[in-house]
Design a protein around this ligand. Structure first.
Ligand code: UTP
Length: 223
């Protein structure tokens, strides 16, 4: 069985070496149990720093995305090192990542193309592999509105149409941000990708198999 794990840059980055080690341990544990895993790593604060500086320089948004992608790929290389795979290539497309997982049983990748985040890359790979997706992020699940707003409620389960609606609505608001980007939400819906959204703390204690069984306090989107 295949599983795709998207580790957001806010949870896995060079500023948290212990988490890189722990993520590698959790992936190794799941591999030993027979799962085939694709991990997709985000860019984190380093990506944001590069993007902010380049934006001040007046660079076009696509060029900023390319900077972000470069940082995600650097983080992917770091996770490969923690997994004891120093010679492993970081796949450049979702198809290449899926093919690597089918062949080798494991792959670690970062971003691929401008215009979306690594969550969308994770959703694309999950769609290709017909696999479930685990999104590990800095929020403990999907909320019905911005979690900082009073009265915001965490949703235990929601359907993919609702996820897509919430993601697109948040994207339309200035400065609006949502736990899953709209492209990822669209792929999750059309690919019928069962998706678990949970925090790092939750992920750390339940691991990949526990997350796939829904033994977490986050949100489940049934594919
Ligand atoms: P992340 O996936 O880390 O995005 O990619 P994020 O959602 O901003 O970060 P977290 O998870 O909340 O910390 C960093 C940036 O790299 C570019 C985008 O600009 C993104 O914001 N990127 C990434 C792409 O353009 N395409 C990709 O496939 C991946």
């Amino acid at each position: 069985m295949y599983a795709v794990v998207a580790l957001g840059g806010s949870v896995l980055n060079v500023e948290n070496p212990d988490r890189v080690r722990k993520a590698a341990d959790l992936i190794s544990e799941a591999l030993e149990s027979g799962l085939k895993i694709c991990a997709v790593v985000g860019g984190g604060p380093v990506a944001r720093e590069y993007i902010n500086v380049a934006r001040e320089l007046g660079a076009p948004e696509t060029a900023l995305d390319e900077l972000g992608i470069a940082v995600t790929r650097l983080n992917a290389a770091l996770l490969n090192l923690a997994l004891g795979r120093p010679e492993a290539d970081v796949p450049e497309t979702p198809a290449e990542a899926a093919e690597t997982v089918r062949r080798e049983g494991v792959a670690v990748c970062g971003g691929t193309h401008p215009g979306h985040t690594t969550d969308a890359v994770g959703a694309m790979i999950a769609e290709l592999l017909e696999a479930p997706l685990i999104i590990v992020t800095n929020v403990d699940g999907v909320y019905d509105r911005d979690p900082s707003e009073p009265g915001a409620q965490k949703l235990r389960e929601l359907d993919a149409d609702e996820l897509e609606r919430l993601a697109f609505e948040a994207d339309l608001e200035a400065g609006g941000s949502f736990v899953v980007d709209p492209v990822a939400a669209k792929i999750i819906r059309r690919g019928r990708v069962t998706t678990h959204v949970l925090s790092w703390d939750d992920f750390k204690s339940v691991g990949i198999e526990g997350a796939l069984k829904g033994r977490h306090g986050g949100t489940i989107i049934r594919g």
